[in-house]
Design a binder for this molecule. Structure first.
Ligand code: ATP
Ligand code: MG
Length: 762
């Protein structure tokens, strides 16, 4: 953990503990569905859930496989998920659970709902159900089966379980409200028939519970206190609460939503990742270009870099796109102090030092961490008459600004000598440069001439007879555009054809002969590399490029995808060459840095603000009202900018700020924020007016709510007495009544708190 202020989830937990909620227990869970490998988005959720368990004394995090959909699940995934969580450095101890272990329990809960007249067996097909559901503006229509008698429902449900009916014949639905404003509440499905083998329960079941039914009850069963999920489940929270309110439960877990991780140049959907695997675009789920944890591991990423990344991006309530460059920064930061420097030549060009005696060797001592004077460690580097240098470090006709080797010019060989190019030898047929004849200055050992003459360029090299062959796999981003699949094309059309370059004739310095599989190095001027255990053989090492030293994509960003495509296809640009040709002026660059440093914005966001003057204005105006720079930037970029462009309307940045402020302070929910924003764009007034007019505010007023609570309890003396007599399950009923009385606007946390207080008073 950094010393940043706590995010909203951790500060919520802190106040729950202060209020002694849940008897001081904190139990979270990570609930993957075993239908694919874990990706970097899951890492965010793992670091949050397991991180909380590490940080709060006595807190625990469960690993629960959410295996309620038999057709896509597989034990291979169960194993890989456990391996990946352990690799990240987290431990569930003995808290390993499977939703499929609760099938019998869930069935009993379903029967209970039917008995209470709160669920019915529906004969509509899933398509018809969708038809009947209505739209945002029109209420749904009741299914003809909605009022089926309880006894008949019980009979049909038992026969569904017994396997009497084919898939799709019937479903079990909750009987809630076909006119609910939240469409998810229009009689959601609880069970469906699937005659499918389940990897754990085999053919024991042919009806399977839906997520909305299974998840909340599994949480309750395990005693989860804080059920953290991503924002797209915000509307499902009403079902979560409804099911628990109306089931025989002992207490109430609370669902809290946070922003899902989205990352540019990356797809984070298991369905799409599976397509890449199945269609052979990658070698498997652990292909080093995949955004899966197993892919990153195989590429050479460290678990600590991924954890640092998750920590750095933080946890917020509004969705945003994280720049993949941030992940790349994290791995560089992690490896910079730990990865020893070595020299490797990826595209060798032979150099003969004509004045160095044949057969002689000068053994130089090169520090492993030259950038850190305090660090210890060095390795011998032999210098001899025949060397290899990088082909790109020589130019026969050097362009302006080229400071490396050229005919008649001098360059510094790292850790060794100054050498001058005297002669260029070419293949007589092809004209290709095949050898350089150079002379060295024997007095310049270590890299400086005694006369102090200025030599600007320094290049890396290896001694030809001492160097070792290696295969080097130069990995680059898997997608060539920021948003794969944008513009209505299949996301696979945006695959980067240059995402893997296999270099089979590289030469590496001899000290690497003792490197162990799994070691990481910095190949000077190239990047960080990993000796991959899976592919390396004795005498035939294979190195993966983990990440280059610099972000060669930065300049392609903020431009149309077409430009990114036309990036010169130069497999190994020497670093000095890579930094040429800037898209941003110095002033723009300074502005980008300022946004990043002053407001903590991601590079991608900062670049949009600099590229789009209208965005910068909106941002400044919004920030003046709402001091939440990151959410403000996200709203400006993702919502406001698009709205301004689409509708040609003028939008006041202060309105955007007001909405963000209400959202961040919990005055309104994310759903309401979107609604308010749409109304503002449609010219229906200022945000505060709209919230008031449409009753969108969460009621956070303790006194006002206390009155409602008192009224509800006063009107239901029998239930209150039953509750005090031990019928704890009625708690949910009271919560539901208060929520209903306030048309869903009450802050549910506060309602529970007030109810707990009132009911415990005799
Ligand atoms: P996908 O869309 O990739 O299939 P999912 O949400 O269906 O993901 P699950 O296995 O159900 O995958 O996810 C397990 C947990 O990880 C859930 O709590 C989910 O919210 C969380 N999670 C999944 N993707 C992300 C993400 N991109 N960012 C943050 N959390 C995520
Ligand atoms: Mg899922």
């Amino acid at each position: 953990m950094t010393d940043r202020p706590l995010d909203f989830i951790r500060s919520g937990i802190t106040s729950d503990l202060a209020a002694d909620k849940n008897d001081g227990r904190v139990v979270t869970r990570f609930p993957p569905e075993p239908n694919g490998y874990l990706h970097i988005g899951h890492a965010k959720s793992i670091c949050l859930n397991f991180g909380i368990a590490e940080e709060f004394p006595g807190a625990v995090c469960h690993l629960r496989f959410d295996d309620t959909n038999p057709s896509t699940e597989d034990p291979e995934y169960v194993e890989s998920i456990q391996r990946d969580i352990r690799w990240l450095g987290f431990d569930w101890h003995d808290k390993l659970f499977f939703a499929s272990d609760y099938f019998e329990l869930l069935y009993r809960h379903a029967v209970h709902l039917i008995e209470a007249g709160l669920a019915y067996v529906d004969g509509l097909s899933e398509d018809e159900i969708r038809d009947y559901r209505g739209t945002v503006t029109e209420p749904g229509r009741p299914s003809p089966d909605r009022d089926r008698p309880i006894a008949e429902n019980l009979d049909l449900f038992a026969r569904m379980r017994a396997g009497e009916f084919a898939d799709g014949t019937y479903t079990l639905r909750a009987k809630i409200d076909m006119a609910a404003a939240n469409m998810k509440m229009r009689d959601p499905l609880l069970y469906r028939i699937r005659h499918h083998h389940h990897y754990r329960t085999g053919s024991e079941w042919c009806i399977y519970p839906m997520y909305d039914f299974a998840h909340c009850l599994s949480d309750e069963q395990e005693g989860i206190t804080h059920s953290l999920c991503t924002l797209e489940f915000e509307n499902n929270r009403d079902i979560y609460d409804w099911v628990l309110d109306h089931s025989r439960t002992r207490y109430r877990p609370v669902q809290i939503e946070f922003a899902r991780l989205f990352m540019n140049y990356t797809v984070l959907s298991k369905r799409k990742l599976l397509q890449l695997v199945q269609d052979g675009h990658v070698s498997g789920w652990d292909d080093p270009r995949m955004p899966t944890l197993s892919g990153y591991r195989r590429r050479g990423y460290t678990a600590s870099a991924i954890r640092a990344f998750c920590d750095r991006i933080g946890v917020a309530k509004s969705n945003s796109v994280v720049d993949v460059a941030q992940l790349e920064h994290a791995i560089r930061d992690d490896l910079n102090p730990t990865a020893p420097r070595v020299m490797a030549v990826l595209d060798p060009l032979k150099v003969v030092i004509t004045n160095f005696p044949e057969g002689e060797v000068d053994e130089l001592d090169a520090p492993s961490f030259p950038h850190d004077v305090a660090a210890e460690g060095s390795r011998p580097v032999p210098f001899s008459r025949q060397l290899f240098i990088e082909r790109a470090d020589f130019a026969e006709d050097p362009p302006k600004g080229f400071h490396r080797l050229a005919p008649g010019r001098e360059v510094r060989l790292r850790y060794a000598y100054l050498v001058r190019c005297d002669e260029v030898i070419k293949d007589p047929d092809s004209g290709e440069v095949i050898e350089l004849r150079c002379s060295y200055d024997p007095a310049s050992r270590g890299g400086t001439a005694p006369d102090g003459r200025k030599v600007r360029g320094t290049i890396h090299w290896v001694s030809a007879p001492h160097s070792l062959p290696a295969e080097i796999r130069v990995y680059d981003r898997l997608f060539k555009v920021e948003q794969p699949g944008s513009g209505g094309v299949d996301f696979k059309q945006h695959l980067n054809p240059d995402s893997l370059e296999i270099v089979s004739a590289a030469r590496i310095e001899p000290s690497l002969a003792t490197a162990a599989a799994g070691d990481r190095f910095q190949f000077e001027r190239h990047g960080y590399f990993y000796l991959e255990p899976e592919s390396s053989r004795p005498g035939a090492p294979v190195f993966n490029r983990i990440v280059p030293l610099r972000d060669s994509w930065a300049k392609a960003k903020g431009q149309a995808p077409a430009k990114a495509k036309s990036r010169p296809k130069k497999p190994f640009p020497a670093p000095a060459a890579a930094a040429s040709e800037k898209t941003w002026t110095a002033a723009e660059q300074a502005a980008i840095t300022a946004y990043r440093e002053q407001h903590g914005l991601a590079t991608a966001s900062a670049e949009v603000l600099v590229a789009e003057p209208s965005a910068a204005r909106l941002f400044a105006d919004a920030l003046a009202v709402a001091n939440f720079p990151q959410p403000v930037a996200n709203w400006v970029i993702n919502e406001a900018l698009a709205a301004v462009k689409e509708s040609d309307s003028s939008l006041d940045g202060r309105d955007v700020g007001e909405i963000v402020a209400m959202l961040e302070k919990g005055t309104i929910t994310g759903r309401a924020a979107k609604q308010v924003f749409a109304a503002v764009v449609a010219g229906k007034g200022r945000p505060a007016e709209i919230v008031a007019r449409e009753g969108l505010a969460q009621i956070d007023d303790r006194e006002a709510l206390a009155e409602v609570v008192a009224e509800i309890l006063a009107g239901r003396p029998a239930e209150v007495e039953a509750f005090r007599g031990g019928k704890q399950a009625l708690f949910g009923f009271f919560v539901g009544q208060v929520m209903q009385a306030t048309k869903g606007a009450a802050n549910p946390g506060l309602v529970r708190e007030l109810l707990t207080e009132s009911l415990s008073r005799p």
